[in-house]
Design a protein around this ligand. Structure first.
Ligand SMILES: [Cu+2]
Length: 505
């Protein structure tokens, strides 16, 4: 839920006095009249249950003074940050007050398929869903969002998305910045298209140059407590890959990936977040520093072993200056040495290998039935996309997986870089595009990129069940690809006979 107060806006302007001489991209490219802080998203604490989430029609001001038609969850755009505790059962109450069916999925949570909120669980208009979620994840940044068959891209873009933070004993005791809006910031990044009147409009096919952070277009300046600042970053874009770095290439310290803390901070010049990915980073804001963002679409990025190539494009689309303010009291500690204990990712533990080949085309016989499957494609002459030759079919189970057994999932792509996501689990990346992943991607993940001509492998185990009525999904997280059928379904059951549908040719 987003609300930008006049007080926050004025604070941003006040912070500029005396700082205009600072050499940073943000200051050189914006008049002080346009300086905008990062909006703080309201937090709902699971101590007050049920956690009520109302999906509603709205109009939202993205910070440019124009109202845009949106969907919001409790507010005018996006939903509140929901904070839950590991080990607690948390009751939710979701009501669909928009004008079309909508499913809400808990991306990242390890919960049974019956609670997962996938496309089989769309809420009809006016309906209420009361799931009680047993929180099993370690401390992590998760992403609840629309997952409605054929409409995921549209509904997420309109605002049906939010952050769910799991805390556990380790995270609560950790010596880390924890004061929201002072030394700890949630950043929900999304690219947006503006029409000639300044309204944000749905843009199904393209990736756009304007980035919104927490529902505000291109914030430019945030006052922070001097010292280490924690940024919890979610790329909630429909299709944009986002590279984050600091203005003078200072190191950023990655402390957590999709599924939780790394073992220790990993220092890096930059990170890349595909749509759906999350990272938490610590940034030294003892002195002003700007967070730079460069965006790529799936055709602009060039896969090279292990990582997408960022040399092809370097112009930032947004820079947010983090400016220390002595009046803000925040974290005074130093970089932690240990964050968590992760088990070794042991490929030998795997009992089988499954393969997933992602493609923007499917064989002719599936192209002809594609219009009956409820998938929605946006590209010119685009009829169906698929995995292993098959477009998403709500009535077809692609894989059957036994509970509690390690497997290697091998992910390849025939065209473009596809960020692959699996429901109901966290996994470990063994190989990303042929080589060991960057250290910051060595911990718990639920996203991996696949690119043509390379093999990516992950080690995964499912601890919860999903039957054929509410199976789990695996899919490309470029939402126009997911909506067009680049998705499949799998069940997880005790002692299941492992099954993979044959690759369709
Ligand atoms: Cu894709």
């Amino acid at each position: 839920m987003i609300t930008t107060t006049r007080r926050q806006f004025m604070a941003g302007i006040a912070a500029t006095s005396g700082l205009l001489a600072t050499r940073s991209w943000a200051f050189n490219n914006n008049s002080h009249h346009s300086l905008k802080p990062i909006p703080v998203i309201d937090t709902l604490n699971s101590a007050e249950t049920p956690v009520r989430l109302d999906l509603q029609m709205a109009q939202h001001n993205f910070g440019n003074g124009t109202l845009s038609d949106t969907f919001g969850i409790n507010g005018t755009y996006l939903g509140p940050i929901v904070r839950v505790r590991k080990g607690q059962e948390t009751a939710f109450e979701l009501t669909n007050k928009i004008n079309e069916p909508a499913a809400i999925h808990w991306h990242g949570l390890h919960i049974p398929g019956s609670l997962d909120g996938g496309p089989h669980q769309a809420l009809e208009v006016g309906a209420t869903w009361k799931p009680v979620l047993p929180i099993a994840n370690p401390a992590s940044l998760n992403f609840y969002h629309a997952h409605t068959h054929g409409s995921t891209g549209y509904q997420v873009y309109q605002g049906l998305a939010g952050v769910l933070i799991v805390e556990d004993d380790n995270s609560l005791a950790a010596d880390l910045p924890k004061t929201m809006g002072v030394d700890d910031f949630v950043l929900v990044l999304q690219d947006k298209k503006l029409d000639s009147t300044g309204s944000v409009v749905f843009s199904p096919s393209n990736v756009n140059d304007t980035l919104a952070v927490n529902g505000t277009l291109a914030p430019t300046l945030q006052k922070v407590a001097p010292g280490l600042v924690r940024l919890r970053v979610l790329n909630a874009s429909n299709g944009a890959f986002i590279k984050l770095s600091l203005s003078e290439n200072q190191p950023m310290h990655v402390i957590a990936s999709d599924g939780g803390f790394l073992t220790k901070p990993v220092s890096t010049d930059f990170i890349i977040l595909s749509p759906g990915e999350r990272y938490e980073i610590l940034v030294d804001a003892s002195h002003p520093v700007s967070l730079m963002t460069v965006r790529f679409d799936d055709e602009e990025i060039i896969a090279k072993p292990g990582i997408v190539d960022t040399t092809s494009k370097t112009t930032p689309v947004m820079a947010v200056a983090l400016v220390p303010d002595k009046n803000k009291r925040g974290f005074t500690g130093s970089l932690p040495t240990n964050l968590s204990v992760l088990p070794a990712a042991e490929p030998k533990a795997a009992q089988r290998i499954r393969s997933f080949d992602l493609s923007e085309n499917v064989p002719q016989r599936f192209s002809s039935i594609a219009p009956t499957l409820g998938n929605r494609c946006y590209g010119k002459n685009q009829i169906a996309m698929g995995i292993n030759g098959r477009p998403m079919d709500m009535n077809f189970i692609n894989e059957a997986v036994p509970t509690g057994e390690y497997e290697i999932w091998r992910v390849t792509s025939q065209d473009g870089a596809h960020p692959f996501h699996i429901h109901g689990c966290s996994f470990r990346i063994l190989k990303q595009m042929g080589v060991t992943p960057p250290d910051y991607a060595s911990g718990w993940k639920d996203m991996i990129y696949a690119a043509p001509g390379s093999v990516s492998e992950l080690l995964v185990k499912f601890d919860h069940k999903a039957d054929s009525k509410t199976p789990y999904m695996y899919h490309c997280h470029i939402l126009k690809h997911e909506d067009c059928g680049m998705m499949g379904q799998f069940t997880v059951e005790d002692h299941a006979t492992p099954y993979s549908a044959p690759v369709a040719v």
